[in-house]
Design a protein around this ligand. Structure first.
Ligand code: ARG
Length: 279
């Protein structure tokens, strides 16, 4: 079970550019509501016994709330993201500093390779499933796997609404995966079906509510409101849903999972910053 997650308060969150089909600068974020939705997610973690580490938000970097994109983590190693869009590249140095503060050994990829961290890299058991097609280059997958010393499976994303793997694919445990088949190229969904013992299929319209952008915690699954439509198949797999309103973050193309980077076992016993993370 995830013992800790990294979050970043939405102090500077907003839609200031358009780098995915959900973002429209003309659509304003309700800042009070965004803070309320973020707080409710934060509170849910705390109530479930999860330790929440907080990254310092930075003015001018409105997507820093989406901590999932900082890096992919395994044991005490981190592979830092190389953001595809210039708009988010300013986050990289901050993520490096935050991860070093948490005690990770931070590795970088060559600048020429785009890679967007846990947004496009998710473990099913100890096998790393990586997405490509929109943000992350397929050519980054092998170097990432080499650094982490894990096996990698490459999956091609084909629907621009599901531009990160974590928008359409959510491993619940080593056997169960929640995923939207329509978001993948035919060869890739075939690979998923071959490798995953139990695939819980999410209809594309439900996935469009960011249902797959979810966080499993023990037998609970935190996600946005549309996860309620998956209650029955999830119950059959032993999971209870916790639906949370995520409307303000959906305007930026993000949900529960994007707002949370699981620190896993890696952070055990790491130094804390008493100012930002009081007991
Ligand atoms: N506006 C952000 C972007 O387009 C949203 C990131 C969502 N993060 C995620 N892990 N899917 O980069």
């Amino acid at each position: 079970m995830t013992a800790a997650v990294l979050m970043c308060r939405p102090d500077f969150f907003g839609i200031e550019y358009e780098i995915n089909p959900w973002m429209h600068v003309a659509v304003k974020v309700d800042h009070a509501l965004a803070a309320e939705q973020w707080d409710a997610l934060h509170r849910t973690y705390v109530d479930l016994g999860v330790r929440v580490e907080l990254a310092a938000p930075v003015s001018g970097l409105p997507d820093m709330v989406f901590t999932a994109n900082a890096a992919v983590l395994w044991d005490d190693r981190a592979v830092l993201s190389n953001f595809h869009h210039a708009e988010r590249q300013g986050e990289e140095a901050h993520w490096r500093a935050e991860l070093e503060r948490l005690g990770f050994d931070v590795h970088e990829l060559p600048r020429s390779l785009s890679f967007e961290g846990a947004g496009d890299a998710l473990f099913v058991g100890d096998q790393l499933f990586c997405g490509y097609g929109f943000r992350t280059d397929r050519e980054s997958h092998r170097p990432v796997a080499r650094i982490l010393d894990v096996d990698v499976v490459s999956l091609e994303l084909v629907d621009p609404r599901f531009y990160h793997l974590d928008t359409c694919f959510c491993p619940l445990d080593a056997d169960n995966v929640l995923a939207a088949p329509d978001a993948f190229a035919p060869d890739s969904i075939r690979v998923i079906r071959e490798l995953v013992p139990n695939l819980i299929e999410v209809p594309v319209d439900v996935a469009a509510g960011f249902a797959c952008n979810a966080m499993p915690l023990g037998r609970h699954l935190l996600s946005s409101l549309t996860i309620s439509q998956m209650e029955a198949p999830l119950a059959a797999a032993g999971y209870t849903t916790i639906p949370l309103p995520m409307g303000e973050f959906l305007k930026a193309g993000g949900g529960v999972r994007c707002l949370s980077l699981p620190l896993g076992a890696a952070e055990r016993g790491r130094a804390r910053d008493p100012e930002r993370n009081p007991e």
